[in-house]
Design a protein around this ligand. Sequence first.
Ligand code: NAP
Length: 485
Amino acid sequence: MTGLEFLAPEHRNLFIGGEWRDADGGERFDVLDPADGSVLADVADASVADSVEALDAAVGAQAAWGRTPPRERGEILRRAFELIASRADGFATLMSLEMGKTVAEAKGEVSYGNEFFRWYSEEAVRIHGRWMQAPAGGSRLLTIKKPVGPCLFVTPWNFPLAMGTRKIGPAIAAGCTMVVKPAAQTPLTMLALAAVLAEAGLPDGVLNVVTTKRAGKVSEALQADDRLRKISFTGSTGIGKVLVRQSADQLQRVSMELGGNAPFLVFEDADVDAAVDGAMIAKMRNMGEACTAANRFLVHSSVAEEFGHKLADRMGALKLGRGQETGVDVGPLIDENAVESVGQLVTDAVHDGAKVVVGGSAPDGPGYFYEPTVLLDVPADSAINSEEIFGPVAPITAFDTEEQAIERANATEYGLASYVYTRDLARTIRMAESLEFGMIGVNTGLVSNPAAPFGGVKQSGFGREGGFEGIEEYLDTTYVSLPAD
Ligand code: NAP
């Protein structure tokens, strides 16, 4: 038993119109194990024509699905939620194999990702418009909500389940159909998810999955098609901009969950031990490969050394290894490029004057590992403070005043997550109002919550996933004017 058997061989294919099928021409590509670079499995490599067939299926299913009673849509999501919960171990092991994270972390993602199905199974029946008297009288104003229509979802490799459920959950609840293109490095979890949704009774064509190595050509073709009404993307800011440009011709609705550069602020009045606990979560969740990962530790100069050494003790005690082995805390990064780019940022920071307190290199041997690393005295203008690290490295830069902390925290084109450790209520309010980020965690290292609106400002994108806001991304408003006299 390797864990791969959780995804049946017939499901390692395209899922179009309720059928599992080969790619046109039978092409396939390999999925690799980041712990040693070996081949785990292969999946169908969709052509542009296959992807257009997936859109045909989504378009064909749209009208009936949009008319399906909300309770029925919600109950399908609820059944899928129960099935996923009962198979959490299988999902977690499969995800760990293709992505590298530990099985324990993967279970956390299954539970977090699955909550979007539960939340939106409950929200499907609360879609509503409003009714009001026109201010001048004489007519009544009615608004009704309608599904946006067929959507394209493009998801990244770092959270193979949750980045899908955050889009699929509200889309199903709202009555939209969809084509999903998962990351080529981690397609297996999404295929397993599609199988569960089919088992839960999702009608054919509502959800279609195309695995492909031709992401650019597929998105270009689908976005050029006037039947596609929305694109929702999670990934890098660079690709996000390409997709926003491509959305212009057909004026598709767009949701963009893009990169981050989260500051983690520790003030002189903070509980330093609690800040270290929070830092371990904000930095080490998903090996640092998260858009919400703390990227820059801005710590008051009076506590910077204490914070740095306590964090280094905790980071240095973590065990690296294959994510499916017991006792392992930190799995491999996704690929060799990731290890190289993390290593380069550390080398540059050291060249700029940073001190390595713990870690600082990639261990010898197979797999794409990088040691948990803490850097002290990192100059504010070092590249590691402006680029997304996407690895287990915590660079610490000291500050002296609150104004300096705010200025440095906001000195980034990104605006996704931020973290603040302080025990001063007035300061907390000043931070909430001054930090230019879509999400602010106060005395916590974890902000993600399916009931909250997840999303960014500036170049971290626009649109929200989760919460009451998340379903609005999939609904259009029609206003009806009714004469009353
Ligand atoms: P990426 O390179 O942008 O890839 C994301 C997805 O886009 C993958 O499915 C990829 O397919 C696809 N893609 C690549 N080129 C494309 C193109 N020209 N047209 C259409 N699709 C294309 O990002 P990544 O490296 O996988 O993910 C890491 C990034 O995602 C980080 O910047 C991270 O911060 C961000 N992220 C953001 C959030 C958020 O909610 N804000 C959450 C998680 C991650 P292939 O796999 O085939 O290349």
